[in-house]
Design a protein around this ligand. Structure first.
Ligand code: B3K
Ligand code: ZN
Length: 874
């Protein structure tokens, strides 16, 4: 396979400042006529050939001006078109035909529920027409769309609507013009039968914007919450980042077949409908929160991604990391900051940390790739966001915002790089950020260890910090990174102790900044022996290697003024006690040790100062993945499951009375609202029930069943089902039948049903999944079905996926191979399920290897899948 290297970057020889398209939709084929206004870049030699990308498009005709080109004047291949000796400045007209009905890869132009729509990022535009398909070639697009009035009453593209009208033969047209030059990956079109809801927005400078959200007929009312989130996002971006919307209309279209979550096409965002459609009967609190976030994320791209885009795909995290950071900040401002932070870090650890510890480890800004589609990873997105967050921590909020302002101003309308981004922060702060930049270019994460001592007489507190970055595949030499460490010295009564002065590292207020392998920081004038609280708010994405004593953890869990470390310390106390028993040759779990942890949990639940949402987080005991990361090697999922079950039982039994009271007395308002307050209360109540149910008592299952039957919203109903699936498979199967009959009319709910079925941990699950694949409404061609069924299985059912007999691995290998025939992006993405194969104990390891080898040896696998499988096998 061809590898693309960052160091080979070279600007395009030709530019396309203007593009005019005429698109004629008809049921069988779509014809696209394109005028490209092409110019040779200054300084490029005459006679330099022009290469246009094009895949799966059928060339009907090609002309320069009025001269139709004949064979010999251009070369055509599977990947594009080459003009051998183009003039300096000219208009190239092409007519091509594409077949959207047959397009199951969901890249380029395709049909979803009969409607036409597009997905161009990263390299889908070349499946619509010939173009220089790279993000640094920016063009002003004008598009005329023509279609049958009944088949496609709605015709949408980027930018502003300029004209529309009737034509002969029951046809009509719409003309769209986007004044902002953009790379073709931000191009979009939608044509079809759609309903909409509309809203008006006035920007801070008084400009009126029409907002529309389109959905399939009958679903428009389900877009109300998305619209509310959009309006709040627009306001927030003005207030926090000074970013004001820049077109007359902003359209969102929800489609039911979509590979990713959504796409930020200029002025015309296209969404996977599961991130738009919601009402209390079909969506959970978590669904609402995700909708809010993704709506915001795509909207925020209008500046970070669209106004300033990426020079090349290596810079993907320039737009994604920054935009994830922005959506995290938005959610934190709209909801509970502390809870959002904990949730985000949990997400980071479950996906990015795992990625970073395995064969697919890569830096947020990689330096080589085979298929860019495989690089839409949690390292690029979530770690990318952590790096931006560290910049803010390091420079302070105000200077950070000055840096972002400068970046958006200096590079407006340009395609930028990470270096240019960092330079803006250097310019506003006067700080040298060259070492900091390694966060973008180095894979893996630092392991930080520490030790402390206190000399009472001198009132001297000493902190020794060490960092080490373990090697990642193909990269043994790691340098130390700049670590912004938020910290506090927690006293006996929980107050943060002060100090007179500190030396040995840069220390300011509650921030230590170190960039060395090892550093000793001494604090003078510390009045009593503190318990140190490091990386408050998870101020750097590291792994803390030093395991604190149980007393220290419990001290922080009870008293730390930083909510993140309060939560973290409780989790770490449990993990320190429990993890050894999960080791294949480990000791039995000593349940007596859990007593003080249960006491701390109990105090947390009783606290008057903590929010229900925070308490709910604390009740979520460490996850399966938390333990696999701690253990690293020789993982036996059954053993982890048994020990986790035991821990839950012990804790549930100790807190029984409190949990029952909590469940029965926590009352919610009748009027359902998906806001943070109510969501937190529901979460706490459901968490209490969930923990209780691990006691597996008949009476408790009655309670769970009643919770299901009396639920007045999907949050509670799904929670009840999930609890049953986790603790009583037989009863769960019955309830799931009822659920299917009564609630799954909406596909979003049908998908929940699929996922719940796949999450049941019993020996029948694999057969059950095979049966579900034959269900009338299931189809491998719709990514949401695939994500629901197999995502829940590979991520949510580790014991069955990683069965010792290999049946789970085989099932997923079969499915990946089938999907790869028509949708390589989704196939490649699913291969990620195998990334931890080397960490299993030997039997499972061999079974996983066999499944991977079988994929690798299969005939005709896509380049996407091949890259993933080869890298995973290592
Ligand atoms: N930029 C898109 C991702 C497109 C995925 C392409 N394979 C959505 C987002 O991150 O906002
Ligand atoms: Zn994004």
């Amino acid at each position: 396979q061809k590898i693309v290297y960052l160091q080979d970057y070279k600007p395009s020889d030709y530019l396309i400042p203007k593009t005019e398209m005429w698109v004629d939709f008809s049921p069988e084929r779509t014809q696209i006529t394109t005028d490209l206004h092409i110019e040779r870049r200054a300084g490029v030699e005459a006679g330099t050939p022009l290469e246009l990308d094009g895949e799966q498009v059928e060339l009907v005709s090609i002309a320069i001006g009025d001269d139709v080109l004949g064979a010999g004047q251009y070369e055509l291949s599977e990947n594009g078109l080459k003009l051998l000796d183009p003039p300096q400045s000219f208009v190239l007209s092409t007519v091509v035909e594409v077949a959207p009905e047959k397009n199951k890869s969901l890249e380029g132009l395709y049909r979803s529920s009969g409607n036409w729509c597009t997905q161009c990022e990263a390299e889908g535009f070349r499946r619509i027409t010939y173009f220089i398909d790279r993000p640094d070639v920016m063009s002003v697009f004008t598009v005329k769309m023509v279609a049958d009035k009944d088949l496609a009453p709605v015709l949408l593209s980027n930018g502003n609507p300029m004209d529309k009208g009737e034509m002969s033969n029951n046809r009509h047209f719409a003309l769209w013009h986007d004044p902002h030059p953009k790379p073709c990956y931000l191009f979009a079109m939608v044509a079809g039968k759609l309903d909409k809801i509309s809203e008006k927005f006035t920007t801070k400078s008084g400009k009126n914007v029409d907002l529309n959200i389109y959905a399939e007929p009958g679903k428009a009312e389900l877009c109300r919450y998305a619209m509310d989130a959009l309006v709040r996002s627009m306001k927030w971006d003005e207030e926090r980042f000074g970013c004001e919307y820049d077109l007359d209309v902003f359209n969102i279209v929800a489609v039911s077949d979509f590979n990713a979550g959504a796409m930020e096409n200029k002025g015309l965002n296209i969404f996977n409908d599961k991130y738009v459609l919601a009402d209390p009967a079909t969506a959970t609190d978590q669904d609402y929160a995700l909708i809010e976030r993704i709506i915001a994320h795509e909207y925020f791209h209008n500046y970070t991604g669209n106004r300033v885009t990426c020079r090349d795909w290596f810079q993907l995290c320039l737009k994604e990391g920054l935009t994830v950071f922005r959506d995290q900040e938005f959610s934190s401002d709209e909801r509970f900051r502390d809870v959002e932070r904990i949730d985000d870090v949990k997400g980071l650890r479950q996906s990015q940390f795992v990625e970073d510890s395995g064969p697919l480890a890569h830096p947020p800004r990689p330096s080589q790739y085979e298929q860019i589609d495989n690089f839409y990873t949690s390292t690029v997105y979530e770690k990318g966001a952590e790096v931006v967050r560290m910049l803010m921590t390091l420079l302070g909020k105000q200077t950070f915002h000055e840096g972002v302002d400068l970046y958006l101003d200096r590079h407006d309308g340009e395609a930028a790089t990470i270096e240019q981004f960092i330079k803006c922060f250097e310019d506003v702060s006067g700080r040298d950020l060259s070492q900091f930049q390694k966060w973008y270019t180095q894979a893996g994460r630092p392991r930080v260890s520490y030790s402390t001592s206190y000399a009472a007489e001198q009132k001297l507190f000493t902190l020794v910090l060490k960092q080490e970055v373990p090697p990642t595949p193909g990269d043994d030499e790691k340098s130390p990174l700049v670590l912004p460490i938020r910290f506090g010295l927690v006293s006996n009564n929980g107050e943060d102790l002060t100090w007179e002065h500190a030396e040995g590292a840069e220390v300011q207020d509650d921030l230590i900044v170190t960039n060395e392998d090892e550093v000793t920081v001494t604090f003078h004038g510390v009045s009593s022996a503190p318990v140190v609280s490091l990386f408050r708010g998870f101020s750097a994405p590291v792994t803390l290697d030093t395991k604190a004593s149980l007393e220290e953890d419990l001290h922080r869990a009870r008293l730390d003024s930083d909510p993140f470390n309060r939560w973290e310390s409780l989790q770490s106390a449990i993990m320190n006690i429990v993890a050894p028993a999960m080791d294949v040759d480990g000791p039995e779990l000593d349940i007596e040790l859990l007593e003080p942890v249960a006491v701390a949990l109990s105090q947390t639940l009783d606290s008057q100062n903590l929010s229900p949402a925070f308490k709910a987080l604390c009740l979520k005991l460490p996850t399966y993945q938390d333990y696999t990361q701690r253990l690293g090697q020789n993982i036996d999922p059954d053993r982890i499951k048994t020990v986790r079950q035991k821990v839950s039982e012990v804790v549930a039994d100790k807190l029984r009375g409190q949990l029952v009271t909590l469940y029965s007395t926590l009352h919610l308002p009748d009027d359902y609202q998906p806001n943070a307050e109510q969501s937190g209360m529901r979460d706490l109540r459901n968490q209490a029930l969930s923990l209780l149910a691990t006691l597996k008592e008949g009476q408790l299952f009655e309670l769970v069943e009643r919770h299901y039957r009396e639920a007045r919203n999907m949050t509670d109903r799904q929670a009840a089902l999930a609890i049953m699936c986790a603790n009583a498979p037989d009863r769960a199967v019955e309830l799931l039948d009822d659920f299917k009959r009564n609630y799954t009319e909406a596909m979003t709910v049908y998908d929940k049903w699929l996922g719940l079925n796949a999450s049941i941990d019993d020996a029948q699950t694999i057969d059950r999944i095979k049966r579900l694949m034959d269900d009338d409404r299931f189809s491998l061609e719709t990514p949401n079905r695939v994500y629901a069924l197999f995502g829940a299985f590979t991520q949510g059912n580790p014991t069955q996926f990683a069965r010792a007999d290999g049946a789970g691995f085989e099932l997923i290998a079969d499915v990946i191979l089938q999907i790869d025939q028509f949708n390589p992006q989704v196939a490649g993405r699913f291969a990620v399920a195998f990334r931890i194969w080397k960490n299993y104990e030997s039997k499972r390891r061999e079974a996983a290897r066999a499944a991977l080898e079988r994929i690798k040896q299969s005939e005709k696998i896509s380049p996407n899948l091949s890259e993933m499988v080869n890298k995973t096998l290592g």
